[in-house]
Design a protein around this ligand. Structure first.
Ligand code: ATP
Ligand code: MG
Ligand code: MG
Ligand code: MG
Length: 470
């Protein structure tokens, strides 16, 4: 019987609990006392000070299923979401941690045992990577894996750090190969999408300072992270995370609401997936107390929600749909993440309000744009001044690509240079006030149209430089 994602999460926590690990609940998506981080991006975040020796806990081993978001900074996957079968904004990271207790050998033994004995993955499809000179890890792995399937990589792949500063160290990763066995080659690992990075074992050894210096930690420690969505995809035999039971209830709900046939759903599958991703992020963020707003984290939530709503329009939604989908998320995840069930009414209310606000924004913006086009026409010009396009975007929250699309339909062009200039000036003003630099993120949302929603299979990397917009 294929295992459900909920069983896999529980099996993982139980496995480590039986081996002396304290089961620690996920911390909030909003990092506590860490001004360097917009959102929690890994299981180790809540243990950062324990690794650094600044905080003591009554245990030296821990395990968790951690809520994570990767939409900014060092770990930013936003542009991959939708087209990528394996990257999400919000995801769950399963992890086991040792604070100066066990090190490489046990970390490797546990991971291998869990994957091959508990979950019974096919050993012949597993590949392992290690940091360049990590002969110790190599030795341990050769107990289980033929040497030709243990590969050495440099800093880019096999040296993990949470951000520009903080705990870090060389790592060893386990990858799963999806393709036909006779086509399996070492060249594919970390390069070819048929190889799926599953689990990262970080050998925490240093604290990185802003100037780059590495100071050894008080004691070598272990930090591991495995995406629940990815391990579930392998266990359930689905090459795409969105086909697992973590996403299918949301996808199916979208389909039901739209009354789409399976063929219609498949024709819009990237939009479906992006919405499924974003509604999870939305629901969990609001559950952790983030409200849509105009700056910092709040603004990121608003951008994510608006992106989902834009996709919604693109795939055929004419009426509000977000709160309905948030309800599906709460049903699916409220059992483990009880804060969702507890805050159900509040979450649904916030989602519904924001959806309504965005509809009003679009209506207002459209009315202003119509008036503007009529004015320009009367003045005998078909060029929209940059400041005007920017005002629509900045003051009225009207998405730039909609302005452009409508302008084009009416035979107008936009003074893009003027627009960019206005944007740059606004940025300079905003920078003085922002705690977090969300400019980069805003830029990604603003510039280009939504990607086509056709299925793109393994070739999603072609699409990773397609940017999206609110
Ligand atoms: P990738 O190379 O696929 O982007 P990563 O090397 O950035 O992954 P790590 O920082 O090593 O990821 O995080 C540990 C694990 O968390 C990964 O091995 C993967 O299983 C999972 N993971 C990382 N990013 C995402 C994401 N955006 N969505 C879902 N799971 C993720
Ligand atoms: Mg990554
Ligand atoms: Mg990687
Ligand atoms: Mg990795």
């Amino acid at each position: 019987v294929p295992k459900s994602s909920h069983e896999i999460r529980q099996l993982f926590l139980d496995y480590f609990k039986e081996r002396g690990h304290e089961v620690v609940p996920s911390s909030s998506l909003v990092p506590a006392n860490d001004p360097t981080l917009l959102f929690t991006n890994a299981g180790m975040n809540q243990f950062k000070d324990v690794f650094l020796g600044l905080e003591k806990r009554p245990y030296t081993r821990a395990t968790s299923a951690q809520k994570c978001m990767r939409v900014s900074g060092k770990h930013n996957d936003l542009e991959n979401v939708g087209p990528s079968p394996r990257h999400h904004t919000f995801f769950e990271m399963l992890g086991n941690f040792s604070f100066g207790d066990y090190f490489k050998e046990e970390a490797i033994e546990y991971a291998w045992d869990f994957l091959t004995n508990v979950l019974q993955l096919d050993k012949n499809r597993l590949w392992v990577t290690i940091y360049l000179d990590d002969d110790e890890a190599f030795e341990y792995w050769t107990r289980h894996v033929p040497p030709e399937r243990i590969l050495r990589f440099g800093k880019e792949e096999n040296f993990w750090q949470m951000g520009d500063t903080g705990p870090c160290g060389p790592c060893s990763e386990i990858h799963y190969y999806w393709g036909p066995i006779e086509e399996m080659t070492p060249e594919g690992v970390n390069r070819d999408d048929r190889y799926l990075e599953l689990w990262n074992l970080v050998f925490m050894q240093y604290d990185r300072a802003l100037d780059g210096t590495l100071t050894p930690l008080p004691k070598p420690s272990i930090d591991t992270g495995m995406g629940l969505e990815r391990i579930t995809s392998v266990v359930q035999g689905k090459t795409n995370n969105y086909e697992t039971d973590l996403f299918m209830p949301i996808i199916t709900r979208i389909q039901t609401l739209l009354g789409h046939s399976d063929a219609e759903r498949d024709a819009h599958i990237v939009g479906y997936r992006a919405i499924a991703d974003h509604i999870r992020a939305t629901t969990f963020l609001i559950g952790d107390g983030v409200l849509p707003g105009n700056s910092g984290r709040n603004y990121v939530l608003r951008l994510i929600m608006r992106r989902a709503m834009r996709y919604g329009k693109q795939i055929g939604f004419e009426k509000p749909f977000m709160a309905d989908l948030a309800e599906t998320v709460i049903q699916e995840y409220g059992g483990h993440y009880t804060e969702l069930a507890e805050k159900r009414d509040f979450i649904l209310e916030v989602v519904a309000q924001e959806e309504d606000r965005f509809r009003q924004t679009l209506d207002n913006g459209l009315a202003r744009l119509e008036a503007l086009l009529a004015d320009l026409e009367a003045q005998g010009t078909r060029v929209i001044p940059g400041e005007e396009a920017f005002r629509l975007y900045d003051t009225y929250g009207f998405p730039y690509d909609l302005t452009r699309q409508i302008a084009e339909e009416r035979g107008f062009t936009i003074d893009r240079e003027g627009f960019d200039r206005a944007m740059a000036e606004q940025r300079a003003r905003a920078r003085a006030h922002e705690t977090f630099n969300v400019d980069e993120l805003v830029e990604r949302y603003r510039t280009v149209d939504l990607p086509a929603t056709q299925f793109v299979g393994y070739d999603y990397q072609r699409l990773t430089n397609v940017e999206t917009t609110i």
